[in-house]
Write a protein that binds this ligand. Sequence first.
Ligand code: GLN
Length: 504
Amino acid sequence: MSQLTDLTARRLAVAVADGQTSAVEATQAYLDAIASRDQAISAYNETFAERAIQQARSIDEARAKGAALGPLAGVPIAIKDNLATTFGRTTCSSKMLADFRAPYTATAVAKLEAAGAVILGKTNMDEFAMGSSTENSALGPTRNPWDTGRVPGGSSGGSAAAVAARLAAAAIGSDTGGSIRQPAAFCGVVGLKPTYGRVSRYGLVAYGSSLDQIGPMTRDVADAALLAGVIAGGDPRDSTCVDQSVPDYLASLETPIDGLRIGRPSEFFSEALDGEIAAAIEQACQVYRSLGATIVDVSLPHSRIDVDAKGQLSSYAVAAYYVVATAEASSNLARYDGVHYGHRTEDKVDDIVALYSRSRGEGFGDEVKRRIMLGTFALSSGYYDAYYNKALKVRRLIKNDFDTALTACDVLLAPVTPTPAFEFGEKTDDPLQMYLADVYTISANLAGLPALAIPAGLSAAGLPIGMQLIGPVFSEETLFRAAAMFEQAANLPDMKPPMIDESS
Ligand code: GLN
């Protein structure tokens, strides 16, 4: 058998179930990989070696007794550090929660464990999921396994890097404006942002509650389908989570879609898009045509991306998002005051207001403070209508565009990012440039639609290129099937970062 860490989650689950390997062997292989490679990558904030081996041992014992195994039995998985777990810490890569131990476990994590997954550890991220590079982590950045001088994307950069660098068989991330898909694209892995309401947010530390979704980050489409099937479904603990039956995503992959209609939003293929990414997506259209799909041109006028004479991008979607997301964040992050939650200043203070402001001043990083200030401003009396209400109207127009476009096609095919992974420090001086890393991903969150990022090839410099399929609400099954058609037919280069073989 090939290296255990090279197997996809699905193949590993089969190998464990068939007795070709054991859950303990698989878990140990990942713990060894983490010990030898994570120093160079920094994907993990914390690992649970002992607990993971114990979990694995109980899977092996269950198998020995002939007990029924879950669909992820013995599969080692990494969890973004903004999902609450009663074991270990839940830090959101923030000084504010540096020692926080959650009193309960997120539904998505509990479901993974119930399916037999082994939890390897918690992964690094931009502080409170605010960012696109992991450079906003209070614990230091994660490095892109394809080129350690470049960012892995963010905010779920640790999860993406862990999956790409074979430090986890699969991972869980969260996506508020692109935080699963953008790092997936930068690291050459698959990432799903589910329909809003498809996966319970119970135990996900809230950022923008009307936008946040938890989703899988995996080596291939089948793994994403497998994990999505495990974590999706109603949850009485999250009132926005829809109690609708979950299709067998994995089984449906076998059946290609006859007469698939793919919409290409013209606004997404402007001069704002890197030439190599545009070419890779054009190539993907050819692959789809060869499979009998038709490509239709559609329009998303309010998701247009303008480029000015200096090459600066601008977009209504990004503008609306940074009002809605920051407004929600300013409210969600009010609880971190050193009393209810989080870091408390050790300074002597005279009153409660000083205690709050010192604690918050010390506990939050610069970007989080910027978001809280922006959001508080947008919600303040006199500005609410001018900013917050206006952003909600733009959000509705963006959603309406998607609804209209999706009457002419089954799925939309779009870029994930304007460029492949950028270098450390390239965008840290200019927050707006960082925000624009999400021009292509934000609209799906504003519209509540599912979006699946998959690898589309490598650039001439050897960096991963991604593309995404976006569909109507609850069309995850269609997205997986359409993505699997491409994955099987495309003949892409091996999506394994060269550093892995060099290091082992
Ligand atoms: N980069 C975007 C932001 O900082 C998206 C983050 C996310 O999806 N969590 O808000």
